[in-house]
Design a protein around this ligand. Sequence first.
Ligand SMILES: [Zn+2]
Length: 357
Amino acid sequence: MNLTPEMKTQLAEQKKQCVFCKLISGEMPAKKVFVDKITVAMLDIYPALKGHTLFMLKEHYPIMPYIPAEEFKHYFGILPQLCQAVKKGMVSTAINVFIANGGVAGQQSPHFLAHVFPREQGDGFFNFLFKQGGSLEEAQVKMLSNNFNLMMQNHFSRNPAVWHQGEGATPDFLEKIKTDDVTIYEDEKVLAVIPEKSAAKGHIVIYSKDEKRYIEKLATPDAEHLFFAASFAATAVFEGLGAQGTNIILKSGITDDNPEGRLVLHILPRMPGDHLQSLLWQPKQPSYNVDSVMSKIKDNTWSIKSEAKEEEKSEAKGEVKIEAVVKKKVIINNYDLKGKKLSPEEEIRRAIEGMQR
Ligand SMILES: [Zn+2]
């Protein structure tokens, strides 16, 4: 990336003070449950729920839109397997994944990460039980839909997909949703709608056409695409509606706040002091044996099939060195609303400003 010296200094300073970079490098002790060349998963030291796991990229990226495409694919491609491991280790029946982009959305450190929560019905966790809260004007829906579609078009032109021709068919389990809600984007793998009962102005809901309920059943390319769509949806509400941050909340399996147990991603625009403050949990000391939880989850991450893990093995054996999976030149989401390409400098500037707000 071609950063100006000033930007390089700013990012380097941010990185130097980053607690998560220290936890990842081993400078600070961490309860790691999974490591490959590109990602790390560790227990949160202030868990909202038993088994609360943080999933991170080793590299320091302030927010989701600035993750290079190859790393993005690797990270979200193995997320279903990590969810499976957390779920199995904790013997839970459901999973949430929580992502905050920006301080106003509850991001506490400028190191991108996802919170993985093992969930079940009756677990007493109600933070993700949304109340109805505002809806968009028709013109705003249209604008959001136009921008989102444009970003997806740009995405497909940069990352051509053999399976992509157009909208694709609607699976039976999404028929009713398509009738009741307003579709703003659709392709062969995802359906994005403005729900009839929005939790906030600009609330977007994305469904996978490949799987009705369980994140861990998603194949790697399906998971990658689902999160690419979520990331562009978040950018569309961030830029189009003037939000100051965004949350992405994945629900999967039956919980009190997801009674049908659907696999669903909620994209929520955030503003300072908005009515969505209750999404966030209070940090608290774990009331359980952390080491035992760590080993239970770790016991289930061994089976994660990670290309980066394979690479490490073959290199260790002195075999032919495989070209690194990480190609840092590619930046996703580097289009503004009119489809104009942003320079890397502009992107980093926006990312840093976003974090400093
Ligand atoms: Zn960091």
